[in-house]
Design a protein around this ligand. Sequence first.
Ligand code: HEM
Length: 483
Amino acid sequence: MSTAAVAPGPKGVPLLGSLGSWRGNTAEFLLGLQRDYGDVVRMRLGPMTVHQVTGPDAVHQVLVKNHGNYVRGPLYEQFGVVMGKGLLTSDGEFWRGHRRAVQPVFLKNAVLDIIPNVVRATHEMLDEWEVKAQRGEPVDLMAEMLKLTLVTLSRSLFAYDIKPSSRVLKLIVDDVVEVMFRRGTASEMLPSWLPTDRKRKITRIHQVFDKIVADVRGSHARTGEGPLISLMEQAEDPATGQPWTDQQIRDELLTIYLAGHETTAVSLCWTLLSIANHPSVQEELDSEVERVLGGGPPDAENADALAYTQRVVDESLRMHPPIWIFPRAAAGPDTLDGYAIEAGSSVLLSPLVSHHNPRYWDNPLAFDPSRFTPSAVRERPRMAYFPFGAGPRQCVGNSMALLELRTIVAMINQRFKVSMIPGHALRYGSPVISLRPLKDVMVRLTSRERVVWTSPDRAPATGETSAAEALSCPVTGGTGQQA
Ligand code: HEM
């Protein structure tokens, strides 16, 4: 019998517990729990007992030290409706075998191979932006970043041009989010043989995704290209020695598409908005980009030297971590920061809440890349910051995402100044999977005055936004309110 204390937390109401507050502004609710009750908070969400765990020692215990005790649990199982059984949704030997099989493509040196694809895809986008900038047309930043990261990922890992499918993918994205998250609606409780709207959506999602999987595999069969699809086609089940089944390849391929592109796009969006809103950051970034890239494209040699750009990205991932909460289920009992965690209860990790804890982050709502100088990083507990998770289940695409983020941010800044269009307020949306802005983020683009590297068929452009214009719509408050 554990003698550890029961963690403090809100009482909630009979039967539902704190489900009402959770369903309101979830981000605000969880930030408030940390403020009011501390680093380990106990609450009930309907029938589930959930602990929000945000202190660095306790996070370390869950993700690293005692990770074997914390399995995926029911919340992740729900993702399986769309993704099937892949890296994100599986545990144990199955997960270990699959992680080992795909890992080589994601190692720090191996991901440098994606740079030419990042450069090409970004370049194509920026050429389109040039036309829009000249016409004074605004751009939907989130939509552009989603397209860019999808194309980059698909070309880099699967040698597959997904651009023609991006329109149909856009049409089903809301359905994907909806079916992956049970909301306790009546239709979810109907007998499984009834043809509900939810089931029709699931069937349609499967049809669209299965066609993409078939196309990727068909393209690979013809060309033999695509480092990750090659690994998947050659992978064997360590238990049986048999090749992965069609289902396993399908599930893993979809997992990578779904886990890899939206997260990176969300982060790009917040990073560019934060730069637009902080002229001193913009200035320092400009000078580094000019010094390191000298007007040319990023490559495997110079990408690592974009140290300040990386700090800007790191700070953006602190303030707006795209995966802002993720769950675990406690298989056995444990004690976190002196509080009892009983077997079968859920644990909720929240990078968003941990990254705003005033005990470790001075003035947490301020955007300040200097928090990520090597000496500042050394002074903080490591687990005060974990945008990619930690331990054996740390994001497999971590190095790829960081490389992509700093090269794309640098390239956009070489050619354009991005500024929010006044009147476009920015708030966190009801953050379901990733921490997206609430509405479309419309930005104005201004071609940079200085001549930079351009595609061979494009003439250099001129023009500059005034600092006043760049500042006219302050954004990027960290807590879900309009800043
Ligand atoms: C800024 C971009 C990204 C962020 C913030 C992010 C965040 C995360 C987080 C927090 C986890 C851990 C979840 C947990 O422990 O429960 C995770 C896992 C994962 N991520 Fe990412 N991710 C990003 C980009 C990518 C990319 C580019 C890929 C692949 C191309 C990717 C593929 C995955 C996969 C497959 C997992 C599951 C790993 C496992 O359990 O073995 N992610 N990601």
